[in-house]
Design a protein around this ligand. Structure first.
Ligand code: SF4
Length: 266
């Protein structure tokens, strides 16, 4: 019996994943539109710009006939593991007194990988055999090939690498497909983001600084009693001041900064 293959595209609202959608709109991917599902997993911690972008693109995609699924632990708890059900990421960290450390991507696993996997299993109707009937399209651009995991090449597909599309070409494709220009995405408090990106997010949204401070205060740090932003040596407010000074001096300066920053009004 011939099994109809189903394709699932993880969409984060950023440049790469939106450029993958653009590839499909521009017919660069040989996948019938009815076999494709676009999935957005909402961690509850995306920046305001990302939510605005997602909300502006969804109507365009729906009009073109795309199937879009939004997964979140409150409205679709069945696709999350029991202890995550009902909790967005910031709430979970706050209530469970957890802290995120870089490299341990438990957040990504619980709020993105698992829900997508559970959804595929249910949607394909193949449960344990879902990998046979499904393909997971990942939006790793050709200029970041090292991020493409080596195992399971059959199940995970990397169309941007296959088509040699890097971030800059991706932006052109987004434009050509008639979609609004995408930007960098990620949780506002992501400990993995570069310093400059964190600084920009906090400068645009001073309230996020307060929210990270609340998380700092709530966390059970077993190593020290001083609240500090995830893995940093200083609390987030002090760290922001440090980044502020660094920004004023230029990001390329690596030597120790004189920590006499401008006062921050938040
Ligand atoms: S953006 Fe950062 S904090 Fe958010 S899920 Fe991904 S790794 Fe975790």
């Amino acid at each position: 019996m011939c099994v109809k293959m189903k394709y699932y595209l993880s969409w984060g609202g950023g440049v790469n994943s939106t450029s993958l959608i653009a590839c499909h709109i521009l017919k660069l991917l040989k996948i019938p539109i009815d076999d494709l599902t676009i999935i957005f997993c909402d961690t509850g911690a995306e920046t305001a710009e990302t939510y605005k972008y997602i909300n502006s693109v969804i109507p365009i995609l729906k009009k073109l006939g795309y199937r879009i699924v939004i997964l979140d632990p409150k409205n679709k708890p069945e696709f999350y593991r029991k202890h995550i059900q009902g909790y967005f990421l910031p709430e979970f960290l706050f209530l469970k007194k957890w802290i995120l450390y870089p490299r341990v991507k438990v957040c990504q696993y619980e709020w993105k990988t698992i829900p997508i996997r559970y959804f595929m299993k249910k949607d394909s109707g193949a449960a344990g055999f879902y990998k046979r009937n499904c393909r997971h399209l990942l939006s790793i651009a050709s200029d970041e090939q090292h991020r493409a995991i080596k195992k399971d090449k059959q199940f995970f597909k990397y169309p941007l690498i296959d088509l040699d599309i890097d971030r800059s070409k991706g932006q052109d494709l987004i434009k050509a497909a008639g979609l609004p220009q995408a930007h960098k995405t990620g949780c506002f408090f992501c400990p993995l983001q570069p310093q400059k990106s964190l600084f920009e997010v906090l400068r645009r949204h001073p309230l996020y600084l307060n929210q990270i401070e609340q998380l700092e205060r709530s966390c059970n740090d077993t190593f020290t009693s001083i609240p500090k932003y995830f893995y940093n040596k200083m609390p987030i407010r002090k760290y922001y001041e440090y980044l502020y000074a660094k920004d004023a001096l230029g990001w390329k300066i690596r030597k120790k900064l004189p920590l006499q920053p401008e006062p921050i009004i938040v």
